[in-house]
Design a protein around this ligand. Structure first.
Ligand code: FAD
Length: 475
């Protein structure tokens, strides 16, 4: 008896599965690869993802294995200080390699009771009124009530569902790998500084164990990006860009990535949904892809759990597409813009200089950083006070911190005057009577993903909003 099959055990799938388990959903993750990939793509988490980890009690694990960097300088790599007064308790980037993030998420999922079946590839898919049948590459079949494709940019689920993936193919490609070098560190530092004045898709970054993470633009775009580049490719491209190949040797892994930019037409087809790279791909400029996938999963988890649990109000599951697809469309545009600003052509370089000057205005700098960190997102919940639709930052309470009360993934009414009631929804919504000096509204109703569903002080007004997110009252 499986409620939800999650296809893909990358960060999006693992996080979604954990979120579903919070609500007792029986979930199975199918992962094609028998072993975790050695390739390290993402290098960090932005503020909203750090907040999400905090909201589920995982922050300490991430902080213990990551390094905190200033958040300035992430937009197109334009070096600027972090803006003042960012609206978050976590105004930093957490540098943490994706293989560690993936491991922490897999451990969290296993602790939550998620079964992760490795070496298990989805190859077929059909659905009817009651559920979804997943065909496996080994010939087996599995049945569940819902299925979510978190199977990456080349998503089999998306293709089997016939969901369109319009956008642009890659225009440029970059080689990325981990290897040793014979050149001395001073020569490498000098080359990094010189070449990166104009070419931002270049760099040799020293890793903890003496090896380097090497990034260099490729001359063209490979026909099949799944075919890894060779050491000769790296040597040739390094010589072309930097005049030396730095004596690179002994690679641990070699890969390539492009700037193809595409967005799924729909995030849902019946009982099947898409999340993460399966729904959107774009260049890694600004480091947003993994973050976007985690945040998709955070939005979808409780809604799908509500559907499985039988208490979802009409339209709740569809609000996943309505809320998250515009966010992805924005990120796609944001990465397109950053790629333009990173071009070596004179026109874009001039625009880069202009944007760099504009970023000296505090409001411009803050606007860009709020977008890249995803703390500025406001879902359209209709008219309401400014907070409504936004996620609420962690605030201090008389008895602890707000995020410390959200580990269970339930709704939460923070009631500063203690005059309100969530009777009828008490099985889905926690009622916390406490005071925060950082909050200037009498009460807020938070969804399980921390977005403000309602703010005010009137019980009747609150009663008009509870069913919209949490379904019918009990008894
Ligand atoms: C060079 C580079 C740097 C990056 N840097 C950053 C960064 O700094 N910050 C950031 O936020 N993002 C970054 N990204 C993006 C980030 O790596 C991805 O957005 C992220 O991995 C997407 O997670 P996902 O779980 O959606 O997909 P994936 O990580 O691709 O996981 C999909 C999983 O599905 C499995 N799978 C595929 N098909 C099947 C099937 N048929 N059956 C079963 N399993 C299947 C795959 O084996 C894989 O494990 C970077 C990307 C690149 C290329």
């Amino acid at each position: 008896m499986i409620d939800v099959i999650v296809v893909g055990g990358g960060p999006t799938g693992l996080w979604l599965a954990s979120e579903l388990r919070l609500h007792g959903v029986r979930v199975l993750v199918l992962e094609r690869d028998a072993e975790p990939t050695p390739i390290v793509r993402s290098l960090g988490l932005h503020a909203r993802s750090i907040e999400i980890m905090d909201q589920r009690g995982l922050l300490d694990r991430f902080l213990a294995l990551g390094q905190q960097y200033p958040v300035g300088g992430f937009f197109a790599g334009i070096p600027k200080p972090a803006p003042d007064r960012l609206d978050t308790a976590h105004p930093y980037v957490l540098g943490i390699p994706q293989n560690i993030t993936d491991r922490l998420l897999a451990e969290h999922a296993a602790e939550a009771g998620v079964e992760i079946r490795r070496g298990c590839e989805l190859a077929g898919l059909s659905q009817d009124e009651d559920g979804v049948t997943a065909g496996l590459a080994d010939g087996g079949q599995l049945r569940a009530r819902y299925l979510v494709g978190c199977d990456g940019g080349r998503s089999t689920v998306r293709k089997l569902l016939g969901i369109g993936f319009p956008g642009e193919p890659a225009r440029v490609e970059t080689l990325l790998g981990e290897m040793k070098v014979t050149a001395d560190p001073a020569a490498i530092a000098a080359a990094n500084e010189e070449v990166r004045k104009t070419q931002r898709r270049f760099g040799l970054m020293l890793l903890g164990d003496g090896a380097y993470r090497v990034l260099v633009p490729a001359a063209g775009v490979a026909e099949d990006r799944a075919v890894p580049p060779t050491m000769e490719d790296f040597q040739r491209e390094l010589r072309a860009v930097a005049g030396t190949d730095f004596g690179v040797h002994s690679p641990r892994w070699l890969s390539r990535f492009g700037d193809a930019t595409r967005l799924a037409d729909r995030y849902r087809a019946g009982r099947a949904l898409l999340a993460g790279d399966a729904a959107h791909i774009h260049s890694p400029a600004g480091g947003q892809g993994l973050n976007l996938g985690l945040q998709d999963a955070f939005n979808l988890g409780w809604k799908l759990a509500a559907e499985v649990g039988g208490w979802a109000p009409e339209g709740l599951l569809d609000s996943y597409h309505a809320e998250r697809r515009p966010v992805a469309a924005d990120v796609l545009d944001f990465t397109r813009a950053q790629m333009e600003l990173m071009s070596v052509e004179p026109g874009p370089q001039a625009v880069r200089r202009l944007v760099s000057e504009l970023m000296d205005f505090e409001d411009v700098n803050r606007y860009l950083i709020e977008r890249i960190t995803a703390i500025g997102i406001r879902y359209d919940f209709g008219a309401g006070p400014g907070l409504v639709g936004r996620r609420l930052r962690d605030v201090g309470l008389k008895r602890g911190r707000l995020y410390g009360l959200m580990h269970g993934g339930r709704g939460l009414l923070l009631d500063q005057a203690g005059r309100l009631s969530v009777a009828g929804w008490a099985d889905r919504v926690d009622h916390v009577i406490d005071v925060s000096e950082e909050l200037d509204v009498p009460a807020v109703l938070l969804r399980p993903d921390g977005h403000v569903a309602w703010a005010g002080e009137d019980q009747q007004d609150l009663l008009s909003q509870l069913p919209r997110w949490f379904g019918a009252a009990l008894g």
